[in-house]
Design a protein around this ligand. Structure first.
Ligand code: AMP
Length: 620
């Protein structure tokens, strides 16, 4: 098979080039890093200091067009929080409704729209998607490794948590593309960690393992089964708001109570609060190797010893062990079934964490590799396998949430149940409910609840052109096809007439490798432009809906609105209507935001007097 190499800077396709290096990337909530394999050795790439492999997952927007990523961006968390974006991984593939609660914990502005649209983040007068922001972090990693290796890098394996759903995986893929990377595979983080420890590399190996991942802000436990080089996620559990930051917080609380310092003092004084945070993290890290910590912040001498610290964090550790219990139960396994336990994440350096996990699983844990790097190292091993430098291993996973469609009365009809191994294919037959019905709307949802309104909508389409028949006669076959990366294709077909419709393009067959490489190059080159157009179209769509909702709202609630309120709302609606005619998505977004902000209290009032419904989103 011919090897095609793409030179992204020249935009050319070369044949017979030397073997590409495929890199492994851990795109983390707090930190990210990139690794590669050379001569059988896995290497995590360092920055200019030659030491630090971690790139803080932080993007700072300086005045002007300048964008800073990583350590240099970190310092702006305190001085310019509104323009400094962190934890963007938490927003990947999420809608406003998904993050309604989490948003308040972030220091930057997430546009508050109560809709099913994907979230945007406002930085001054521009709006960014989590995909664009993650792409900045990936681009930084790409530059870092290109500087180190002095060659173009265009292919990568990127890791995601095992519980990431289809939308989150797709968003991660899109971010890679936008950063100029061809994402060959999305690999689960626990799978990568296992590979880093050499588990699953041999085809005759059969093992059940637990991967305990306690990072800066999140905790996951995954139970994996490895057989014949195949990885299967049996279950996952965890807490998306539990990590090293919480360990720091218990130390701060301890100091506050010991020195009788009011919490309000820290809320009011951000610098002091930051100083306490830094001291607490230092204390925690010190206590990983020493028995005592002593330091100073302002007028206070702060101390803590290891046993005090351990007493304080025990409840947090117990919470993680409870998740481990649940994960085992979901996998229908007991502790005795676990052959190895792998430690991932910086917080697993805390000796009590290691001891508690080891006691829980009744065996020593694997912690010889750097817990911050282990996922990226494993991703690099997977990348090397894909590059053909090692025997190919098939990585299989499960779908973490059920997938189904909406049926009569808003009920969820599950087609692929949760925990099904992927790739998977399943189908069911439906019919029409009205005589002569020509169209059938297929709305795809993900989740475990019985009503689709409680689940997450993934997409919808309309099967058109059903020949007129009495209700109940057409046979409509709906197929769900979930591939190894968790990407879903939904196809609907009326069996009598053969009319068919689906919502995902299948890759084209029968084209040459050169054509494919060119198509790939085009998609990467145009990723930014395509995304801009998509964002504009989405903004226009959303705006048109809001205009309709607002008109309806004004009509329904004329009685409770003052003349001034009506006039002002109409003005804002007009501004929005005009903005849709232009092609600047940020102008549209701003106009939507202005209208929403102004009408929100009016909508609340309308709801209170029980006359109208909320103006926002699709609630009307
Ligand atoms: P990660 O998200 O995996 O990079 O983990 C970062 C977390 O690990 C932060 O909360 C750090 O404070 C914590 N951490 C790093 N080094 C240590 C250490 N030596 N002892 C305890 N916690 C640590």
């Amino acid at each position: 098979m011919a090897k095609i190499s793409i030179n992204l800077s020249e935009g050319t396709v070369k044949k017979e080039a030397k073997k590409d290096i495929i890199v492994g990337i851990d795109l983390g909530t707090t930190n990210s890093l990139v690794a590669y394999m050379q001569d059988g050795q896995v290497i995590a790439v360092t920055g200019e200091d030659g030491k630090n492999t971690l790139v803080p997952s932080i993007v700072h927007f300086a005045t002007g067009e300048q964008i800073i990523v990583g350590d240099a961006a970190k310092q702006f968390l305190l001085t310019d929080p509104g323009n400094t974006i962190y934890s963007v991984k938490r927003l990947m593939g999420k809608s406003y409704q998904d993050i309604a609660k989490a948003g308040q914990y972030l220091g930057y502005e997430i546009i508050d729209e109560d809709t099913e649209s994907l979230v945007k983040i406002r930085v001054r007068d521009r709006f960014y998607s989590p995909v664009e922001l993650s792409a900045k972090i990936l681009a930084e990693l790409k530059t870092r490794i290109e500087k180190t290796l002095k060659e173009d890098i265009s292919k990568a394996v990127i890791t995601v948590p095992a519980y990431f759903n289809d939308a989150q995986r797709q968003a991660t893929r899109d971010a890679g593309k936008l950063a100029g990377l061809d994402v060959l595979r999305i690999v689960n983080e626990p799978t990568a960690a296992s590979l880093a420890y050499g588990i699953g590399l041999s085809p005759d190996e059969s093992k059940t393992i637990a991967v305990y991942d306690l990072g800066g802000g999140t905790f996951d436990i995954s139970i994996l089964q490895i057989q014949g080089g195949i990885f299967e996620v049996l279950s996952t559990n965890g807490d998306t708001f539990l990590g090293g930051d919480d360990l720091d917080r218990v130390i701060i609380d301890y100091w506050l109570s010991r020195h009788k310092i009011k919490t309000a003092l820290l809320t009011e004084n951000k610098e002091l609060s930051q100083a306490f945070r830094i001291a607490a993290e230092e204390a925690k890290k010190t206590l990983s190797t020493e028995n005592q910590y002593a330091g100073r912040v302002g007028e206070w001498t702060l101390g803590i010893d290891k046993s005090q610290f351990e007493t304080l964090i025990q409840p947090l550790i117990d919470k993680t062990l409870n998740s481990c219990k649940n994960a085992l139960a979901d996998a229908k396994l007991s502790i005795d079934n676990i052959d190895s336990v792998i430690m991932v994440g910086g917080s697993t350096r805390v000796p009590l964490v290691k001891k508690a996990v080891s006691d829980f699983f009744n065996q020593p844990v694997n912690n010889s590799l750097n817990p911050d790097e282990v996922v990226a190292l494993g991703a690099a091993i997977q990348a090397d396998i894909l590059a053909g430098n090692n025997k190919d291993l098939l990585l299989i996973d499960i779908t973490p949430l059920s997938l189904g469609i909406e049926t009569m009365g808003g009920l969820m009809d599950t087609i692929i149940p949760r925990n099904t191994k992927v790739p998977a294919k399943a189908g069911r037959q439906y019919t029409t409910s009205v005589d002569g019905q020509k169209n059938l709307q297929v709305a795809v949802y993900q989740g475990e609840r019985d009503l689709v309104s409680d689940n997450r909508k993934l997409g919808e389409f309309i099967l058109r052109g059903i020949p007129p028949m009495p209700a109940g006669i057409p046979k409509i076959d709906i197929q769900f096809i979930l591939d190894a990366d968790g990407i879903l294709t939904v196809r609907a077909k009326e069996m009598r007439s053969g009319v068919e419709q689906s919502i995902q393009m299948k890759s084209a067959y029968g084209i040459s490798e050169e054509d494919m490489a060119r198509m790939l190059l085009d998609s990467i080159k145009n990723a930014e432009a395509d995304m801009k157009i998509r964002a504009l179209l989405e903004a226009r769509n959303e705006a048109n809906n809001i205009v309709l909702s607002a008109d309806k709202f004004l009509k329904q609630n004329a009685a409770i609105l003052s003349e001034e309120e009506t006039t002002r709302t109409l003005e804002l609606v007009n501004v929005l209507r005009e903005s849709v005619k232009g092609d600047d998505k940020d102008v549209i977004n701003l106009a939507m935001k202005d209208l929403n902000t102004y009408t929100e209290p009016l909508a609340h009032r309308a709801m209170d007097v029980n006359i109208g419904a909320a103006i926002k989103g699709k609630k009307l």
